[in-house]
Design a protein around this ligand. Structure first.
Ligand code: IMP
Ligand code: MG
Length: 202
């Protein structure tokens, strides 16, 4: 399929971070991680599903330190493009992380609630260390202070999609980070019932 055949493109207002910029920055992050974890036994890259799957795939193959990957999915109750802050685990890790050097790989940090919950939960399982690598960060939206060890890009307070990130489970397969046209959101809010407890997946 050529790019012009991708029907999702017609909903894109603006490309915020293109494929080349993503590639370059992820190469730099992987180099930093490889240098700082050099010689580390038991490194685990913990991918937060679903949003971070593409980032994890690209980052993992560039990290030169031997490592495992594992997956966790969390959901927050909220609606539309914001989360209410109540977080729960919908898929837990397969392996025990006690004694392992865990690097959380996230797509985006917004309010900070998801990451704050995950950090507290994971720290109770006695990892040797726990750090955070996020592709995107929206500093203006922060409600809870969370430490970020590796950061791809700070972005403005706009809802973004692509490269793993979704809106209503779509647009994850766009190969860049983009902002959608306002009418895409308007359409959803017109047709959606007012759902107080809609489950928003990460
Ligand atoms: P937080 O708990 O408010 O920090 O939100 C974190 C989660 O909300 C992320 O892991 C994403 O799944 C989702 N999220 C926040 N902002 C965006 C966005 O702009 N686009 C897509 N998903 C987002
Ligand atoms: Mg999401």
């Amino acid at each position: 399929m050529t790019e012009n055949e991708n029907v999702l493109l017609q909903d894109v207002k603006e490309v915020l971070i293109d494929e080349e910029q993503l590639k370059t920055r992820i190469r730099e992050l992987a180099a930093d991680i490889s240098r700082e974890y050099r010689g580390t036994e038991d490194l685990l890259l913990l991918c937060v599903l679903k949003g971070a799957y593409m980032f994890l795939a690209d980052l993992s193959r560039l990290v030169t330190v031997p490592h495992e990957v594992d997956f966790m999915a969390v959901s927050s109750y909220g609606h539309g493009t914001t989360s209410s802050g109540a977080v729960r685990i919908v898929l837990d890790l397969k392996e025990d992380i006690a004694g392992k050097h865990v690097l959380i790989v996230e797509d985006i940090i917004d309010s900070g609630r998801t990451l704050n919950y995950m950090r507290r939960n994971l720290l109770s399982r006695s990892p040797a260390s726990l750090r955070v690598c996020t592709l995107l960060n929206k500093p203006e939206r922060r409600e809870i202070d969370v430490p970020i060890d590796y950061l791809g890009f700070d972005i403005p307070d706009e809802f973004v999609v692509g490269y793993g990130l979704d809106f209503a489970q779509r647009y994850r397969n766009l190969p860049f980070i983009a902002v959608l046209k306002p009418e895409v959101f308007a359409h959803l809010f017109e047709t959606d019932e007012p759902a107080e407890e809609e489950l928003a997946e990460s």
